[in-house]
Structures are given as structure tokens and as C-alpha cells.
Design a protein around this ligand. Structure first.
Ligand code: KG4
Ligand code: ZN
Length: 339
């Protein structure tokens, strides 16, 4: 069995996965959403302190598996440095104490492996990763070869949902809030610009759309005694979500027309969005591709996907010396095309 730990942002999670069967034997996650909600986003130092309490609490529930553990896996990049450290320190300690190897897991690769929890992996695969930190299209040839075909120039999809909700004082995380509001709204009421619509660039950008939303929020406030009316909230949410969808679809189409790979997947926190899933279902039908998604509970950060990725790393003997494991925080990360 492998014990896996995730603490790259605001979810503390530990899982136990059986290597031979890929079965998830234990999985628990403690989310910090409520604690960060009052700040409208994640406060790294607060997140770190909460991990320091939550991770040992979850670990207590896994001690019965300790004699059967063959490796410890932990997310080491990318993420918030102060929160990654909490998981890494725990992983290093367990690896040394139990005298079993340590596996360092790249968070974005783990998101891709959320598709394969208790399943066989599918390759080659095209993947749209939409999370709180990233928007990317990745070509996964194999476990070893993952190439970034398109990436974001500024805000990620999840971040733009979070900011849109924050502008209207709706709480955190914004993704599910905006998606729910949008269901009742008129998506054609506000004509928000579809980012990079006339650009040949195969890349993602959401800061311009965010500014257009901000201007509309200010306008709506002026016409309603300083608050956004419930109807305007719903229509802004729906019109914003539609513009995000059109942007993602437009750039995905460009990649679909070049890439022969038939299997396509959406992963990451924002892949839980059913409106976006529905749009991709239609797009995939049009282009003869098969759409894969992870179960909703494994879209956002969790240790089950870290454990699933680690099985493959374990078979490859891809271990790291506990003294050498390091964090590569979001800010320090080098940009490149290979994941
Ligand atoms: O993958 P994740 O848990 O963390 C990162 O790796 O960043 O993604 C979290 C992000 C948040 O920005 C959250 O607002 C967004 O995923 N999200 C959604 C939805 N559910 C979560 N975005 C849009 N629609 C949703 N239903
Ligand atoms: Zn994530």
C-alpha cells in the first residue's frame, strides 16, 4: 500500500491505495473553505497552520495500515510553499521512521491521474486542466511524456470564477457559487468579450474578461444603492460563465483540429462545472472524441489522485531521497512545455 498526502493549497488530505489492485482503501479530506471564505481567497499562512492541525488528525486514522505500507507519496509542486511544506515534512518523517521510499508528486500530473482512480490509465490522452492555479491543454503520450500545448497568460479558470464571486461579495470558492447562480440567469444579457477571440494564439487569458465583469458590477451597484441586485448577480454570473465557455471551446477546437488523439479529458477543480462539462460533451461529439471526466468528488484537490499517480511512480522506482525533496512553489516554478 501507498500512503499519499496532499497539502498544496487549502485541502488537507491523506489516502491509502493498494498497489496491486489500485483500490482506494482510505481517503479523507478536510477542506479549509469556510476559514478562508471571510477573506475571499486562500491566505497561505492560515492555510499552513490549518494543515498542521488537520494532517496529523487524519493520519491518526491510518495507523492500522502502517505495517503494510511500501511507500509514502506527497505533492511537492506546484503550490503554496508554506502549505506544501506541511505535507512534505510529514511525508519525510514517515518515510524515515517506517524506512520506506518517498515519492514526490507533481500536482498537475496528480490531477490527470484523478481520472484513473481505481482504474487503468488511458494513453495517449489530451487533457484540459482547469484548476484554481492553472488553465492548460496537455498532450499525455505516456506517464513519462506530458507536453503542454496551451497555457494561461494570466488568471486561471478557477481563479476567474473566484474573483467574479468576490467582486459581488458572494463568498469563496467562487466556482460552485457562480455555477449555481448562473443556472437561474440570462447568459445573453451582458455581452462580455470572449478573450483572444480574434487572436491566432492558442493560449488562455481571463484578465480582460474579469475587468469587463468588474465594470458591469460597478454599474449594477450604481443603479441599485451600492449593491448588485439578485437578478443582476444571476445574469452577470451566467454571462461571465458563457464567455469563459466560449473562450475554452474556441481554443480547444484549434487543438482538436490538429491533434489526432481520440481520448479527451477535463480535470481540475473547475472540471466539476456541469455547464462546462455539457459544452465539452457536445464539442467532443462534433469532433469524434471521447470525453473523460473524474468523479465530482475527485475534481478538486485530494490525496486519492496523488496515491493513484504514485502507484505508477512506485513501479518505475521513481523515488526521492528524503533529504533532497524540495518544494517548487507556484512563484518559483520555471515555465516550460514539458510537465
Ligand atoms: O484543483 P483545485 O481544487 O485547486 C487547484 O489546484 O487550484 O481547484 C480549485 C478551483 C477554485 O478556483 C474553485 O473556484 C474552482 O476550482 N471550482 C470551480 C467549480 N468548482 C470548483 N470552478 C467553476 N465551476 C465549478 N463548479
Ligand atoms: Zn489542484
Amino acid at each position: 500500500m501507498i500512503l499519499s498526502i496532499e497539502s498544496s493549497c487549502d485541502d488537507s488530505s491523506i489516502a491509502i491505495t493498494e498497489i496491486a489492485t489500485k483500490k482506494l482503501l482510505f481517503h479523507k479530506k478536510i477542506s479549509q473553505e469556510a476559514e478562508h471564505a471571510r477573506y475571499g481567497g486562500v491566505v497561505p499562512e492560515l492555510a499552513s497552520r490549518l494543515h498542521a492541525v488537520a494532517l496529523p488528525e487524519i493520519l491518526q486514522e491510518t495507523t492500522e495500515y502502517f505495517p503494510q505500507l511500501k511507500a509514502i507519496a506527497v505533492t511537492n509542486q506546484p503550490g503554496l510553499s508554506v502549505t506544501l511544506l506541511e505535507g512534505i515534512e510529514m511525508a519525510k518523517t514517515l518515510s524515515v521512521l517506517l524506512d520506506i521510499p518517498l515519492i514526490a508528486v507533481h500536482h498537475l500530473k496528480a490531477h490527470i491521474y484523478s481520472l484513473f482512480i481505481e482504474k487503468e490509465a488511458i494513453t495517449p490522452l489530451l487533457v484540459l486542466l482547469i484548476s484554481g492555479g492553472h488553465t492548460q491543454i496537455i498532450r499525455m503520450e505516456s506517464f513519462e511524456k506530458m507536453e503542454i500545448l496551451a497555457t494561461s497568460m494570466d488568471d486561471s479558470v478557477g481563479e476567474s470564477f473566484d474573483k467574479c464571486a468576490k467582486m459581488m461579495d458572494l463568498g469563496y470558492p467562487g466556482g460552485p457559487i457562480i455555477e449555481t447562480l448562473a443556472r437561474e440567469g440570462n447568459e445573453d444579457r451582458f455581452d462580455f468579450p470572449v478573450p483572444l477571440r480574434n487572436s491566432p494564439l492558442i493560449a488562455f487569458s481571463l484578465s480582460g474578461l474579469k475587468n469587463a465583469v468588474r465594470l458591469q458590477v460597478e454599474k449594477s451597484k450604481l443603479s441599485n444603492d451600492g449593491t448588485v441586485s439578485p437578478q443582476d448577480q444571476r445574469d452577470i454570473a451566467a454571462s461571465f460563465q458563457k464567455a469563459v465557455k466560449l473562450h475554452l471551446l474556441q481554443k480547444s477546437k484549434k487543438i482538436f483540429s490538429k491533434e489526432k488523439i481520440e481520448d479527451f479529458a477535463i480535470v481540475g477543480g473547475a472540471s466539476a462545472n456541469l455547464y462546462l462539462r455539457d459544452a465539452y460533451e457536445k464539442l467532443c461529439r462534433e469532433y469524434g472524441k471521447k470525453l473523460h471526466t473524474a468523479p465530482l468528488e475527485y475534481c478538486s484537490d485530494n490525496a486519492a489522485m496523488v496515491g493513484r499517480y504514485a502507484i505508477k511512480a512506485y513501479h518505475k522506482g521513481d523515488f526521492i531521497d528524503p533529504d533532497l525533496i524540495d518544494i517548487v512553489s507556484t512563484k518559483k516554478r520555471q515555465s516550460g512545455t514539458l510537465l
